[in-house]
Design a protein around this ligand. Sequence first.
Ligand code: ADP
Length: 397
Amino acid sequence: MNVLVINCGSSSLKYQLIDSETEAVLAKGLCERIGLDGRLVYQKAGCDKEITEVAMPTHKQAIQLVLDALVNPATGAIASLAEVGAVGHRLVHGAEKFTSSALVTDEMLAVVEECNDLAPLHNPANLIGVNACKELMPNVPMVAVYDTAFHQTMPSKAYLYGIPYEYYEKYRVRRYGFHGTSHSFVSKETADFLGMDYNNSKIIVAHLGNGASISAVLNGKCVDTSMGLTPLEGLIMGTRSGDIDPSIIEYIAKKENLDIAGVMNVLNKKSGVLGLSGISSDFRDLEDGHFAGDAHCTEVLEIFSYRVAKYIGAYVAAMNGVDAISFTAGVGENGPIVREMVLKYLGYLGIELDEEANNKRGFNNVISTADSKVKVCVIPTNEELAIARETVAIVGK
Ligand code: ADP
């Protein structure tokens, strides 16, 4: 069966058409600047990217353009839409309502809407994508795959904050965690790759991309993760601060004459490695600076890596040990310097870096030496494939 995977944001939409039997990507691409001038990127497997500037005032029109491209007689990947067996949608926040992926129904969508104020930037946009697909493909089954679902196994000691309990009872203020599809995929992939029993394993996954989070996966279940009520908590990220003393919010608001929204904008968009470096949120720019001898770029990479190492230490404690640590996502997969800086702190776990392996990329790989007690891996994440697998598991082959 072919599964169309949709990741719909407020002004962009990524898609992949995946043959679930072979797990091959038949076509992929994105719609950008929806509601503005519009740009469709389409790439059939084995062919060059096609980029078309085309008006797409609404998400529905954007998805229609994607469907037209998929069945285009000249360059399409399939002959007709009858060849799309199911659609898998990425949804960011399922709160406590969804502990696993779910078939899209009207009742289910009403429940997702109740979660909207927990993810006001993401969930409404995700839902627009779901509704547009439903209108265009009314008879095709659709599945919602939540970023938060994998983390719902966390115990309350990991997900409750030290604030009045009534805020949890009244408003469900707690740790939810994000990137769950990636943490689930990579932890399972790590166990398979290392020949371990997933149900009897202690794995730490460091998903280090523009957004970054880390999770402790004990016997195949998430027991802790660094992102919280929102994706702002935890590691230092491309533009997000990660953990800070909450008092900084009031202090900076007064000093800079900002309201809460203004400070939150700084913490979400102007902080992290962008704010620290004053140069860029992209780690490649910091690496370039580091190699050019810019001590401040080196310092920022150190600050980022130190936070990752501290979280790994915390999660070793949470699981009373660790069998494997996996790096994934843009920086985790492609940044040998950050990995080296992180592993420098982990000698106490009997970890030693294999420098040659650390400089390779693009495939599942062990980057610790053969005699390291804890295996350290680079495992490329594949959220689209994970969504396609979840979709098939729910709608059947
Ligand atoms: P997201 O999905 O959160 O946007 P990604 O997982 O795609 O993030 O990661 C994007 C980040 O990965 C980029 O901002 C960049 O810093 C980093 N990155 C990508 N390629 C490299 C590379 N070759 N070396 C170092 N960092 C890289």
